[in-house]
Design a protein around this ligand. Structure first.
Ligand SMILES: CC(C)(COP(=O)(O)OP(=O)(O)OC[C@H]1O[C@@H](n2cnc3c(N)ncnc32)[C@H](O)[C@@H]1OP(=O)(O)O)[C@@H](O)C(=O)NCCC(=O)NCCS
Length: 417
């Protein structure tokens, strides 16, 4: 049994049952230090039933207590009660709210993502035992009315033991209020799997948490999270290292391009996209910008990751990125042997067919003409959107959040302090 303190009043209003929302992100390192007024603890079967009866008044479609008791008997980490500290009696621990989880095996996660998992009555075979590392953690139910909402992130941190610290957490919101609640904790709407009948999940990504790049696209794989393809904007020197290693392996290693020709002096004036398979950098692409066109170049996919659609995903993400920047003409200089690949990605041989040779290959100019994106970043765009991280224009950015601090250094004295 563990007790936590929560400085609810000190951090503003944290609530689940109103328009107020938690802004306390799950990965906030201060979350435990803020604990003061709540306790979080495991409970037995009768308590589970009692808490679920309470919850059922707000969530009528809730599954039966027997199902949850069966799951919690198999893995006690699946059910956590929350109570106010001042009402808590260690001799008769009684919860006022709760959070339940399904730590899922690979098979369970793939069933969750493709919509075939029976979430009302999940088989134990797809639930990880307490000692096992799950492939993904599904937030099954959250019943945390009023200030108990502050306990939800604390409970979720219970799932962050050593063998689960880098496991992604999934949640499905029954309504927009619940969606706002999980988004306040740092969850983001995950792209829906093509062809899936599963509901749209929110994802709190921890497998990639150490990478601070922007996700342009993420394709949750129905097979395994290790095979999931995602594309991110490079933001740090570390990210650029990934691109340099990938290009070094493919262009310098495989295609024998001289180093000075590969790293041509244009890398620090460009946008780099990195493609991942699971957590592994597997491919990259560079975008450069000119007056009336953007140019895609330096496309590579590591040999062992070819043939699974990553290059196509990098190209389509780059085209979307350029459209959002307002470009309607995107070009590439394709190695002549690869015109079929570029063609499949929407590029065609341009009028005049300029052809040339460099770095020991024959190239041909190919063009993709597109419409400006509906939400192009233009001079009229809200400045708070313009200053968001590149490619993350749909998400509230760090500078936007800083406005809560006000212009406290505006005066000459403030700036000098
Ligand atoms: C070219 C390259 C980027 C393709 O990567 P990839 O991840 O295997 O490609 P994808 O799986 O996304 O393939 C997308 C489509 O293009 C096709 N394609 C891929 N490589 C191709 C090739 N060499 N020739 C013709 N078509 C090709 C695929 O069959 C697929 O078509 P489909 O959707 O109809 O099945 C990769 O082979 C590579 O890195 N090559 C070395 C570097 C290089 O030459 N870069 C290009 C510089 S212009």
């Amino acid at each position: 049994m563990t007790a936590h303190d929560v400085r609810v009043s000190g951090t503003g209003k944290l609530a689940y049952d109103s328009a107020q929302r938690s802004t306390r992100r799950l990965d906030d390192p201060e979350i435990l230090a803020l604990a003061r007024r709540l306790v979080v603890f495991n409970v037995g079967g009768e308590q589970i039933a009692a808490l679920m009866d309470l919850a059922r008044k707000s969530i009528p479609m809730l599954t039966s207590a027997e199902v949850v008791q069966r799951v919690a008997s198999y893995n006690p980490d699946c059910f956590w009660a929350i109570a106010h500290r001042d009402k808590f009696n260690v001799n008769a621990p009684a919860g006022e709210g709760y959070v339940s989880f399904l730590p899922l095996t690979k098979q369970g996660l793939s069933q969750l993502l493709d919509g075939t998992l029976d979430r009302r009555n999940p088989p134990l075979s797809v639930i990880s035992a307490q000692h096992e590392k799950p492939a993904g953690i599904y937030v099954w139910h959250v019943y945390a009315p009023g200030k108990l909402a502050a306990g939800a992130p604390l409970v979720m941190q219970k799932m962050w033991t050593l063998h689960r610290h880098d496991v992604d957490v999934y949640s499905w919101s029954i309504n927009s209020e619940a969606a706002r609640f999980v988004e306040g904790m740092g969850f983001r709407l995950a792209p829906k799997l093509a062809g899936s009948t599963a509901p749209q999940f929110h994802l709190f990504r921890r497998s990639m948490a150490r990478h601070q790049e922007t996700t342009l696209c993420a394709m949750p794989s129905p097979l395994s999270p290790d095979l999931r393809i995602s594309v991110r904007v490079a933001r740090t020197v570390d990210d650029f290292m990934r691109a340099a290693v990938l290009r070094g392996a493919v262009f310098v290693g495989e295609q024998k391009c001289p180093y000075d020709e590969e790293f041509d002096g244009n890398d620090f004036t460009a946008t780099h996209l990195i493609g991942y398979v699971g957590d592994e950098p597997a491919g990259c692409l560079r975008i450069r910008y000119f007056a009336d066109f953007a140019k895609l170049e330096r496309l590579v996919v590591r040999k062992e990751f070819r043939g699974r659609g990553l290059a196509r995903k990098l190209v389509s993400s780059a085209v979307e990125f350029c459209r959002t920047k307002g470009y309607t003409r995107i070009c590439c200089y394709a190695q002549k042997r690869l015109t079929a690949f570029w063609n499949k990605s929407g590029f065609s041989i341009s009028d005049g067919q300029r052809e040339f040779v460099f770095s020991d290959f024959e190239y041909i100019e190919m063009v993709c003409d597109v419409k400006r994106a509906a939400r192009t970043i233009s001079f009229e765009t809200d400045p708070y959107v313009v200053i968001r991280p590149e490619g993350s224009w749909q998400e509230v950015g760090i500078l936007e959040r800083s406005k809560a601090r006000g212009a406290r250094l505006s005066t000459a004295e403030g700036a000098a302090a």
